[in-house]
Design a protein around this ligand. Structure first.
Ligand SMILES: [Zn+2]
Length: 432
């Protein structure tokens, strides 16, 4: 039996209090075994958390991790033009090895910034699952089906693949990988395909992850064509009948907020992407007040442009206040909860809290820094002042992914070089 002791630090507890404690984790079960007063526990190995704060590993509830290859390729355009003119032509050239290289880069970036779990939407999902396996992280993965611009055969093939990938990869990486059925969005997958394939996903008890209500341009065509709001349309098709979460949920009206709450549908809020693409401000406080589970995601690196969940917490608090026109909205402890416990609930992992019996997924923040001084309120610091680069150690499933700022699960330099090479070759191919 191998046990790891995270010792000498302060610990963020599930009720958002901070206490001096040591955390003992089992590397066999991957669970937290005990949280107790300093000096009372012992392990086979130790992680030094002195001058540090132990927090649950952050959960990135919506991303496209391999899109790190497109970071900084095209900025400062609205969603539609950005996708059609810049992103999709390059994505059309993506080969499996590119996706592997981009995924590894994104996972290294996440480990360095204290993220231990992600929910990803993309293609070549086996490559991403293998990268997650090597990273030692947890992930909910899936193949994203799009039917617009495709003939019937290609459209069906996409949706079948989304079902097949979800069935096949669930439980991969010793159970750290789970899957979802993924229609890309309500406007990029035709109604006839949703009506045919969503019941199959529900029959198989597959979770569902899709983009919804991201921009006004996604709302208007559905209202025009179907005479109802997008989420009412989604509900009629059965999309909200299962274990479903939608990415974005920016342009949702009161009836849709109620519908999300009634159906237990979660939202992965992506504040930086919504701001960068000028998509709008999600009514996060209204969603939370209605009882909707809201997590936080970075979205892809091309629309962010990093995968740092501390940036994302700060952005979520800021834009949440603007959207509510109320400085008390989406407060510090709320965003920390969104990035930890809420995200874990959306993804279906028993993580997101430092508590005996929970998954041993955690990060240790180095508090010995000018921008974290003084320490009136460490929850405030987590929301507003900590950067991803302040993370000293990252642990997932009881295993050390990063120790003293050195990533142990990848050769970081090699990952960066490979990603740079693949990105350069990709852009050159797309330009030909
Ligand atoms: Zn997205």
């Amino acid at each position: 039996m191998s046990e790891l002791l995270v010792t000498g630090g302060q610990v963020l507890r599930p009720d958002m209090t901070i206490e001096r404690a040591d955390v003992l984790v089992s590397q066999d079960s991957g669970d937290i075994v005990a949280v107790d007063e300093p000096g009372t526990l012992g392990g086979d190995d130790e992680l030094d958390a002195s001058d540090g704060l132990v927090i649950p590993g952050l959960v990135n509830a919506h991303t496209h991790v391999a899109m790190t290859l497109l970071r900084g390729l095209a900025d400062d355009k609205p969603l539609d033009a950005w996708l059609q003119e810049d992103i999709w032509p390059v994505e059309a050239e993506l080969a499996a090895e590119d996706i592997r290289a981009g995924a590894e880069l994104g996972l290294v970036e996440m480990i360095r910034s204290g993220t231990t779990a992600l929910s990803d939407m993309y293609f070549e999902v086996e490559e991403i699952a293998d990268a997650v396996d090597q990273a030692g992280m947890r992930a909910v993965l899936g193949f994203t089906a799009v039917t617009v611009g495709k003939d019937d055969e290609a459209a069906r093939s996409d949706l079948r693949e989304s079902l097949d990938v979800a069935r096949k990869l669930d439980g991969a990486a010793d159970g750290r990988v789970r899957t979802t059925f993924q229609p890309h969005s309500l406007t990029t997958v035709g109604e006839e395909y949703l009506s045919e394939f969503v019941p199959k996903a529900l029959d198989d008890d597959l979770s569902i992850h899709l983009h919804a209500n991201e921009t006004r341009d996604e709302v208007t065509p559905i209202v025009d064509e179907h005479g109802q709001r997008p989420l009412a349309y989604a509900d009629d098709i059965g999309l909200l009948d299962g274990d479903t979460y939608v990415a974005h949920g920016v342009h949702v009206d009161d009836s849709e907020i109620d519908l999300l709450a009634e159906t237990g549908t979660g939202v992965a809020h992506c504040p930086a992407s919504n701001m960068k693409l000028a998509s709008g401000m999600a009514p996060v406080q209204d969603l939370l007040d209605a009882g909707v589970t809201v997590g936080i995601g970075t979205d892809g690196a091309a629309s962010n442009n990093d995968l740092d969940m501390f940036d994302e917490m700060r952005d979520a608090a800021m834009i949440g206040k603007l959207a509510a026109d109320d400085a008390s909205a989406v407060d510090a402890s709320t965003v920390v909860e969104m990035a930890t416990a809420n995200g874990a609930a959306l993804l279906g992992f028993d993580s997101g809290r430092i508590e005996t019996g929970a998954n041993a997924d955690l990060a240790v923040i180095d508090l010995d820094a000018p921008h974290l001084t003084p320490a009136h309120d460490l929850v405030s610091h987590l929301a507003y002042a900590v950067h991803g680069s302040d993370v000293r150690h990252t642990v997932c499933d009881g295993e050390v992914l990063m120790r003293d700022r050195t990533v142990e699960v990848f050769d970081e330099q090699a990952v960066r070089e490979r990603a740079s090479d693949h990105a350069a070759a990709l852009v050159e191919r797309a330009g030909d």
